[in-house]
Ligand binder design. Sequence first.
Ligand SMILES: Nc1ncnc2c1ncn2[C@@H]1O[C@H](COP(=O)(O)OP(=O)(O)OP(=O)(O)O)[C@@H](O)[C@H]1O
Ligand SMILES: N[C@@H](CCO)C(=O)O
Length: 351
Amino acid sequence: MTRTFTLRVPATSANIGPGFDVVGLSLSLHLTLTVVQPDPVPNAPYVPTILRYTGEGAAEVPLDAYKNLTTRVALYLLRCHGIRLLPSGLTIDVHNEIPFGRGLGSSGAAVIAGVLLGNELGKLNLPRERLLDFALMVERHPDNVTAALVGGFVGSYLRELDSAATEAASVPLSEVLPEYPPDAGEDWGLNPPVPPLGIGHFVRFAWSESIKAVAIIPRFELSTATAREVLPTSYSRKDLVFNLQRLAVLTTALGQSPPDPELIYEAMKDRIHQPYRKALIPGLPEVTSSITPSTHPGLLGICLSGAGPTILALATHGFEAIAEDARTIFKEKGVEIDWKLLTVVGGCSVE
Ligand SMILES: Nc1ncnc2c1ncn2[C@@H]1O[C@H](COP(=O)(O)OP(=O)(O)OP(=O)(O)O)[C@@H](O)[C@H]1O
Ligand SMILES: N[C@@H](CCO)C(=O)O
């Protein structure tokens, strides 16, 4: 019997100021895949996957299943379980609300969609902790993928692995997700690098229902890779302590009702990544320093979302004033924006 299922994965905002590569928040924009898997027909010729795509990124996303990030991740999961190809005759309709390369976790969502897809197609029944291991072999910082997987306000760390496991988890991405032609030989896909067990660990923090997220989204893309290249490889003790102090307070402060703007605004400051990224995002320091709880009642805190260029303002009210004033500041720097009022949502689902 033909099988139809739907995968839904939320957008995420990583870091939330001081929690670089540590915390993530799932937000109310979704990547949705509707998958139709026909019954296998014995001895019938292999029918390649049909991938259709609407919404954000539709003009640029590859529709070849061997080039598209989601289907490549699904294939990786299948290959690790002895299945060399996507099932014959598969149709996948994707609708995407998450803008690409803006700091809202589009690649993390695509990777989580891929592990869910592989898990369903291969009937693997892997627990979410194991799905996270596979996702981490592709997207190597845990903040976005963990929040997209489990939902809410999430903190995560990567376990210290022994030397063999470290080596296994450090294989180049090109070996995890090799690009290869659809007519690759019979021996293609054997021995993929299987992830070590239990790479990522996470915890969900409380989240105050009254807090909403204003995503102020510049109309340009900034790839995460570029925004990571500008970061230093070491930091002063002063800057590390600055971030650790704030992160410790922030993880509890955002769960308190009513939330305290005095505490949160300062706790969302960062010295590990935002100062280095300002050269890539004209207007970043001006927006984050001039929109404050005293100038904008309702604002709790403001930070770069993920690797940027989106700015995330957490607030209980006064959303439009925050966004429109950010628009004015960005405009002075020659940057046009769109903004969206988002809520914190649950993690991915399969129906
Ligand atoms: N739904 C998708 N399907 C296929 N590829 C995608 C999809 N979403 C994102 N990608 C790929 O991921 C790239 C963007 O990833 P990148 O890590 O640079 O930014 P981001 O994930 O949007 O931001 P951040 O990681 O800072 O939150 C896109 O250019 C595209 O190649
Ligand atoms: N923590 C990552 C998130 C990017 O998705 C970064 O800031 O580079």
